[in-house]
Design a protein around this ligand. Structure first.
Ligand SMILES: [Zn+2]
Length: 263
């Protein structure tokens, strides 16, 4: 089974039916990450339509300032979510440094909850890589997915040593730096993502909507880069995701029904 471990499924608008159809026919297990509360509520509704869609609650660093005074409300949603994401820090694309304290406060609140509730986290780390690694260590978070890593190589290596998983996505098709990263991530920590539907549009500066089957291009590019077959990458990533959730108290049913043959 293909794994797309970071997708914004609530952003498809009129193409949602088509996206869900692709997810079902191509068998793409999809971690549907939220940006904020309305996004999470929408993802919960969407997930009722496919058992291949896992909706997860997070507040994106771009939204942190709007939620920093709403921690108890956030806490209630976290309790309903089987995993955490998208959360993180962005000190690069988010230029308004007045939001940085709010980003830090929201992130730490989620990390503490993830620790308490034994949930995996899906992280956006742009220019906050070292700070995020320090937090993971401080809270002893053992299961973290680093989404679309593009930061310094020394922190990449430190995150690998710590045991973070990495989702390699569509930028692999366009960037030599991402290719370097994708070569360094060891087999047992490799995952895949598309960051659909907006990532391709953002990378190519056009109006392309990323559809779920874009994950196949990522798998093909990883196979080329790592000099193995497409099938080997697909099995490896599936086994890695299965092992990420093997003993997960919230996701045993997913593991049992979908990944019994893997890992
Ligand atoms: Zn994202």
């Amino acid at each position: 089974m293909l794994i797309d471990a970071h997708v914004h499924l609530d952003k498809y608008g009129g193409l949602l039916d088509q996206a869900l159809q692709q997810i079902e026919t191509q068998r793409i297990f999809t971690v549907a990450t939220a940006m904020d509360v309305p996004s999470y509520l929408e993802l919960q509704r969407i997930a009722e339509r496919s058992n291949l869609v896992l909706p997860t609650f997070g507040i994106h660093p771009r939204r942190a300032a709007e939620y920093v005074d709403r921690l108890s409300e956030i806490g209630r949603y976290i309790e309903t979510s089987p995993a955490i994401g998208e959360i993180g820090l962005d000190f690069h694309w988010v230029k308004d440094s007045a939001t940085y304290p709010a980003q830090r406060k929201i992130l730490e609140y989620f990390i503490a909850a993830a620790r308490e509730q034994k949930k995996f986290v899906n992280l956006h780390t742009k220019a906050g890589e070292k700070e995020i690694l320090d937090l993971l260590e401080h809270y002893d978070i053992q299961r973290a997915i680093i989404h679309w890593y593009s930061g310094p190589m020394d922190i990449l290596r430190a995150m690998i040593d710590y045991g973070c998983y990495f989702t390699i996505g569509v930028e692999l098709l366009y960037s030599d730096y991402i290719k370097e990263i994708a070569k360094i991530v060891p087999d047992h920590l490799l995952l895949t993502e598309t960051d659909n539907p907006g990532a391709l549009r953002w990378l190519k500066k056009n109006d392309e909507i990323g559809m779920p089957t874009a994950i196949k291009a990522v798998v093909d590019a990883l196979a080329d880069l790592r000099k193995v077959s497409r099938g080997e990458i697909e099995s490896l990533v599936e086994a890695n995701f299965a092992s990420l959730i093997t003993n997960d108290p919230w996701l045993r049913h997913v593991h049992g029904s979908l990944f019994t043959s893997a890992s």
